[in-house]
Design a protein around this ligand. Structure first.
Ligand code: MG
Length: 368
């Protein structure tokens, strides 16, 4: 089978809450997402999506994804989309680095492989564990009382796991963590995600102030070494996210005992192929995971659901349903949250059909 065409679409995804704010005053009002459709000579097509969390979260930005695809796309024409490892080697040979640029192409090719095999992607990724997967809700940074109100409202919708956006002034963050934990039940899980926003002395003040609170601390500082220093000075369970972007990073973190949980974001690793490799390594090493992406709409949510649903349940700390945060649907068939949980489609491939009337005309198109 050969790739005969690639189409690249741009779509804006506004937020139900109006904006999403995290550490150091960073904020996004409308997410700029990119959808890739891969066409083949066998009549199968697949779709993928990549949506950076604005330009200031990871070394990734929306226009960069499209510019990268303009470079990458023509060089993939004629390649076999069903030979995923080989295709990834080709992508890495013709474009060094830039994993997020490759993510949507890889995702689309898994969609094609599933359709060819007549199997949902989660079966191809290892199998389906249980009926559904558990979700967390990210709580945008606001004053403490407002965040507690938002957690209560999302809890009423069925969520039981919450990720507070902290990484602001330490005194405010301490207040946020206490205010939210007070309204939760003992079995609920709370993560305080600083998104690299604290200096080490600030992180130490926070972890000391909340040392008797049932809370996980996520990515307190920018560098791995800074996070490790905090990790070694707290007994709170510890999550690494931004600095975990490769197999090497996972192996180093495991060897150092640097974390209890890691966040596997599909585009941070460069697609489902590499995210699966990281996921399988974490299972072998005994490290629990949040399976997600930086952001996205229906197609990314579908891809997340397949990777999450094929992860052994005890290793899946949480997952996420980004399509419920945004006001626009870009595909039919995507998972819909029920009681704070979602399930991967049982249809072949990713199980989503892009809404081309919403996507409009492609911004780039390449053909054999
Ligand atoms: Mg995080």
């Amino acid at each position: 089978m050969k790739i005969t065409g690639l189409k690249v679409y741009q779509v804006d995804l506004p937020l139900h809450e109006g904006n999403y704010s995290w550490s150091e005053g960073k904020s996004v009002e409308v997410f700029d997402s990119t959808v890739v459709v891969v066409e083949t000579d066998a009549g199968f097509t697949g779709c993928g999506e990549v949506c950076p969390l604005g330009p200031v979260y990871l070394p990734a930005y929306a226009a960069g994804a499209r510019t990268g695809l303009q470079e990458l796309g023509p060089q993939l024409l004629g390649e076999d989309p069903t030979q995923l490892l080989k295709l990834n080697r080709t992508m890495d040979r013709v474009l060094k680095g830039h994993p997020y640029v490759k993510s949507a192409v890889d995702m689309a090719c898994w969609d094609i492989l599933g359709k060819v095999a007549g199997l949902p992607v989660c079966s191809l990724l290892g199998g389906r564990y249980g009926e559904d997967v558990v979700l967390y809700r990210a709580i945008s940074q606001r004053p403490a009382a407002e965040m507690a109100e938002n957690v209560a409202a999302y809890r009423a919708e069925g969520y039981r796991r919450f990720q507070l956006k902290v990484g602001g002034r330490p005194d405010d963050d301490i207040e946020r963590i206490h205010a939210v934990r007070e309204i939760l039940e003992p079995e609920d899980k709370l993560v305080a995600d600083a998104n690299t926003g604290w200096l080490m002395h600030e992180a130490m003040r926070v972890v000391n102030a909340v040392r008797h609170v049932d809370v996980y601390i996520e990515q307190p500082c920018p560098s791995y070494e800074q996070c490790l220093s905090i990790r070694r000075n707290t007994t709170l369970p510890f999550v690494l996210d931004e600095v975990i972007d490769s197999v090497d990073a996972i192996l180093k973190g495991a060897a150092d005992g640097a974390m209890d949980v890691v966040n596997i974001k599909i585009s941070k690793f460069g697609g489902l192929t590499k995210a699966k490799q990281a996921r399988d390594l974490c299972v072998s090493l005994g490290i629990a995971m949040t399976i997600e992406d930086s952001w996205g709409g229906d197609i990314i949510t579908a891809a997340i659901s397949h990777l999450a649903h094929s992860t052994p349940t005890e290793y899946l700390f949480t997952s996420t349903d980004f399509n419920s945060y945004v006001t626009k649907s870009i595909a039919d068939g995507a998972p819909q949250r029920v009681n704070g949980r979602m399930a991967a489609s049982t249809e072949p491939g990713l199980g989503v059909i892009p809404k081309f009337d919403v996507l409009g005309d492609p911004v780039w198109e390449f053909r054999l």
